[in-house]
Write a protein that binds this ligand. Structure first.
Ligand SMILES: *Cc1c(COP(=O)(O)O)cnc(C)c1O
Length: 436
């Protein structure tokens, strides 16, 4: 396979390799990096892949070939994919089959651990022996920041600043943003997630600050987060294909579209993946766009599935770059919005039905599954993506099911560490003293 180059969604003039795209985060023109071409995998390319780290190595290799990451890729994959990502059967009746893809067994109990760990492993290597530390800025609606902080904490030559909206993340999420210290700082911003995103953009664009510091991002816009997210779709799809000869359909809880876009990319690279269905919360920008073709980004609204509270999903720019035609996009994905009342009702219902406890994000996927017409349920193999452990959202989930949610060991440990955050207004001026 030939080496893959990356260009900005806003212009194809400059082509860079994967390591440069990952180091930069955003392209200089403000666009997002996308592959100029995709590899064409045959199913036999994954023969002999037993662990998910094996699949990671086989899948990601052509995407980074020719860059400084090639040599260490095996080690990077082993570091990033060192926790289980099981596919757990839930329904197996004659007419319908559903499994849960559990992405929440990493250090901070949400799927963003996967991308963050891969990115951190890449960044440390890309940085080599440079003497000025790279400052990684992360705007988070809850889970991103914790995953990135955990993944980078203690790594050399990189520092992390996390920005999160005051009062809009759960107490346990906040603890996972603020418990690190060392090379990780937490900023509690008076505003919403979109304000945090805007602040980070303003820092990136400020000449004065950029003369004195080197900044980069680790948001879901970073290529180094998307590449590893393709891996669990590839691994799951190959496992299902080898067992049944079928290409499974996925239902994916969606906010900024990073997780689902990785699934689209995996299918584009030849993996046996059927339909891709997006479940959003009441932030309806994507479902509305697919309905009437008008792209109307808006302020986000707060919902129970707070890690999906995104009114202007950045990765749509990548999807529209790949499929410029609305009808092509409609062939790639469908999308359904789920209200808070429906989320709450689904959590209760499935606790009764299956004895299973969902986080509010996972519940959106289960609601969408239950709404599928019977013809789409039968004869297809569905996989719902479980993006976080319910123990992260105990204050929402426990009153609904009337009992407490057991806390995974890794999470339990973090909850007992001391925490610290800097309170700042949602203005660039408020940040300057922290970048002297
Ligand atoms: C971030 C997040 C999502 C949304 O993923 P996107 O890549 O932003 O679409 C869903 N669920 C959980 C638990 C998350 O943390």
């Amino acid at each position: 396979m030939t080496n893959i180059s990356y260009c900005s969604t806003r212009g194809h003039n400059e082509q860079v390799d994967a390591a440069i795209a990952i180091a930069r985060g955003l392209a200089p023109d403000g666009g997002l990096y996308v592959p100029l071409t995709f590899p064409e995998f045959a199913h036999s390319d994954f023969a002999g892949c037993e662990t998910i780290a094996d699949t990671a190595f086989a899948l990601v290799r052509p995407f980074v070939e020719g860059s400084v990451l090639t040599e260490d890729l095996r080690a990077i994959c082993n570091e990033a994919f060192n926790f289980p990502i099981p596919l757990v059967p839930l329904i197996d009746a004659d007419a319908s089959r559903l499994s849960m893809l559990e992405l929440f067994h990493g250090p901070t109990a949400a799927f963003k651990d996967v991308g963050a760990r891969f990115l951190a492993a890449c960044m440390e290597r890309i940085e080599g022996e440079s003497n000025q530390p790279l400052k990684i800025l992360v705007a988070t609606s809850g889970d991103t920041g914790g995953a990135v902080a955990a993944a980078f904490h203690g790594r050399r030559r990189v520092e992390v600043d996390v920005f999160y909206p005051a009062g809009q993340v759960s107490a346990r999420q906040e603890q996972q943003l603020t418990c690190w210290g060392d090379n990780v700082r937490a900023f509690r911003v008076s505003g919403r997630f979109d304000d945090c995103q805007r602040l980070v953009k303003e820092v990136f664009q400020d000449n004065d600050l950029n003369e004195r510091h080197r900044f980069s991002s680790a948001n879901s816009i970073n290529l180094g987060r998307l590449l590893p997210q393709m891996v669990y779709y590839a691994h799951t799809a190959m496992t299902a294909w080898n067992a049944t000869g079928e290409a499974p359909d996925f239902i994916i809880p969606t906010g900024n579209l990073g997780n689902a876009l990785a699934c689209v990319w995996a299918r584009r690279a030849g993996l046996p993946i059927g339909e891709i269905v997006l479940a959003t919360n009441a932030n309806r920008t994507i479902p509305d766009y697919l309905d009437d073709g008008a792209w109307r980004p808006r302020d986000s609204i707060s919902t129970l599935a707070s890690a999906m509270d995104v009114g202007n999903p950045s990765n749509m720019e990548r999807l529209r770059g790949l499929y410029p035609d609305l009808d092509e996009i409609r062939d790639q994905v469908s999308a359904h919005a789920v209200t808070d009342a429906q989320i709450a009702q689904q959590i209760k219902k499935d606790f009764k039905r299956f004895g299973q406890i969902w986080c509010p994000h996972t519940a959106t996927a289960m609601f969408v599954y239950d709404q599928l017409p019977a013809t789409r349920l039968t004869q297809r193999y569905w996989i719902a993506v479980a993006t976080a452990h319910p123990a992260k959202f105990d204050t929402i989930v426990e009153p609904l099911i009337g009992q407490s949610v057991p806390v995974p060991t890794a999470l339990e440990r973090l909850l007992h560490l001391p925490s610290q955050a800097h309170d700042v207004a949602a203005q660039l001026a408020a940040l300057r003293p922290y970048y002297t």
